[in-house]
Write a protein of this length. Sequence first.
Length: 585
Amino acid sequence: MNNWLRVALTFLCGVMPMLWAESVPRMAGRAPSRKIILLNSGVVPLSSLRQNVREYEDKAPFSGIVLHLNGQGERDGKKVVASAAYDVFNPEPWQREWFQKDVDDLKNTDFQRFTDNFIIVSCRGRNLGWFEDSDQAWDVVSQKFAMVAGMAREAGCVGICLDPEFYTGQTDFSFTYDPACGRSFDAAWDMAAVRGQQVATAIGKEFPAIKLFMLFGFSLGDNLLQNSDPYPAMATHRYGLWFAFLNGMYSAMTPQMVFIDGNETAGYTARHEQDYIAGTAHCFRCTRALLTPGNRARMPQSQIAASIYLDAYFLERRIPNYDVAPELALEDKPARVRLFTSNLLAACRWSSEYVWVYGEQGRWWRQELVPWIWGKEKVRLWDDFAPGLTETIRLVCYPNDSAQRYDGQPNLAHNTSFDYIKDHDQFEPPADRSYYLCEIDKWRVYRPTATQPTAKLSVLPQAGWKGAHAVAISGYDYGMGFSQLIAVSGPGRYLVTMRYYAPKVAGNSRISFSQKLLGKWQAVTTFSQDIPLPPDADGRVWHTVSALYEAVEGVDYFTYGISVPSQATSDDVFLVSSPAVKRID
């Protein structure tokens, strides 16, 4: 057994149960879909985004982006330019109306694919201390956080992206304990926790269900775990008071809030799937170890979002400490795109809900839409660095967009016409098993054992998409999964599509996967794309749902299937048609 398989087995047996337990409750074999967020491809002008949103979404096929919110106004007769990104951590107050233009632009942007957007806030600041002499300043900071949260909610964003990193010369506020302040570290810790509680309380009043996405959370304290007691070591840690501030925020979480740790360094330096496995495990360990005992009950509201640093893959030079492909030549861009794709899929498998992609030297859009400047350097399109990169991301995020390219590939799905083994009336589902081979050859059903006996599968000849056969699923009052098993011959990628017709739940279905790795079955997280099709001859609007699955080394089988929600009434019928499994590598 090679090293990475040992790491995987250790994770599956040890950390995986904790990861699932602290994620969204899920039906067996069904893991939450993942979303990829784009961070830093230039400051996107929100008026331009509103006018050109289809081009922005097409050229950058992500699930959401991190946005800058800016305002303009007057204070004491002087013009003020306010930035949610860079001006929250200073005590100069804002007026809400300064930002109205940007908020209106976001509210009136017809997003179709950028569904999960965040407003960025940097912790760089000025004229701000921790203690009582800064009480009024922290009142202003908290008001600003509340304002940003309220504007994010009003504009349809899912939350705030908080960047705790500070840079020499760019801030006089930091999370480093300074003994010259004349107060003990204990006193500084207590005050930093109070400030975090104050900020989170203000945020929660404006946006109770906010997602607070931190590029670093407790993962910033990975080296603290080398100590039997991490607390004393925080006094000399560069971000020692960040952990106090973050604990204060946890103490004021609303029940609907979610805190997301972006685990930046682990993702930026990850070379293989085992690095993402180890990074996720270590991040959970950091979170549990550095949360105070009173806050650990809120750990289920924590998530991990793995990161990928594009420059490390595609620049024409190697970046010290971030060389993710030392064995690949810089000019071998096809191999680097393949590595990026594998690592992107690995990041999806070992994240809670989000994966984020960051890059500095490239852009996704023409320079008329976004300035092509990074520092003093002029940048260029990422597809110029790495031809095919955009289409690779599109295949992962929006697989149906790429499905036609593989129409000529063999269909590996079994029994696509849904032939019976025996009639439903002659088939008796096992009372003591929730997962079993059903009366339709090669197909399996997952359903809770408490499912009512009225649950039924019926094959309808020529009633599916474009005259294909269909399976009518009805009576599953607790929902079900309809799936089949595919044998795997070595690592590879598979594009899976299915059609369904279900008017009551249209647009809310996805492909679910599980795999047998090292003799153990596990759910696999990936992306599903669900889109409506043109009405058929009977006026029915079918949907096609598609997903990309990657079988890694050590996988013998995988299952794919469609998840059917609970069917409360007799007319809740779910039709499935035209399954297709294409190996595309």
